[in-house]
Structure formats: structure tokens, C-alpha cells
Design a protein. Sequence first.
Length: 144
Amino acid sequence: MTSVPSTDAKTLLDAWLRLWNGDLFLAPDIVSDDFRLHSVMTDGSDGSSVRGADGLASYVRAGRSPFPDLEFAIEVPPLFDGAYLSVRWTATGTYGGGFPGAEAPPGTVVTFTGTDTLLVRDGRFAEYWLNSDSLHMLRQLKAL
């Protein structure tokens, strides 16, 4: 693996944050064709179906759909280690309805946190390990 220069990694990370904040058109520019997600989904499945730019954009779109104003912010400055970067984030949004099993009323403000670990290969993100506090989010939505 090659080391990722911090300016390149910072540019990628800034685009990653913008993507999660709704700029889905950025996906093809920042993820590789063989991009893959490693995560347990809220339905209990694994993230192996999330592949490439289209898969990531669909995943982000689906995650944002119950929260039209969802905003991600970096909570702890990113850590860089060679081709890997890791960042702690906080997401806050207003529930608009439509989350399966949720009993929280629309208008409920939800905040949850997570950590993204990303592998950079050839100037794009190639793999993504997501660890988010889905349990906290589900409790706020009264979906448990």
C-alpha cells in the first residue's frame, strides 16, 4: 500500500462529508469501481450489497430519506495511517417519517454518532468500515 498525502486525503474526506450531506453526485469521483462497504445494516444484514459509486449513492440516499435535513459533522479530527483514514462524526436531523417500525412523531430531532474507517487506493476510497450508534438512533425513533 502507498501512503496517502494528507492534502489528498483531506480533499477526499471533505468530499466524503459533502456526499453524506446530500451531494450524491460526488460518489463517482471519490470511490473506486470496486468500492465496498463493511457494516452490519439496521435490518441485520451485512453491507456486502453496497458496491461501487451507484451502490454507495443509493445507500446514502436511503439513509437520508427519513431525515430530509440530516447533517453530518466531524466530531474528532481525522486520523491518517498510510492508506487508511478514520474519522468520528455526529449526525443530526429531523425525522420526517417513513422509517420502518418507528413510532416517534415526525419533527423529532435525532442525533447519533459513528466512526468511518476508509481505505484509499489510487486516489479514491476503495473500502469502508462503518461503525455507527444505530441503537441510539433506533431508540430516538422509538423503533425498538
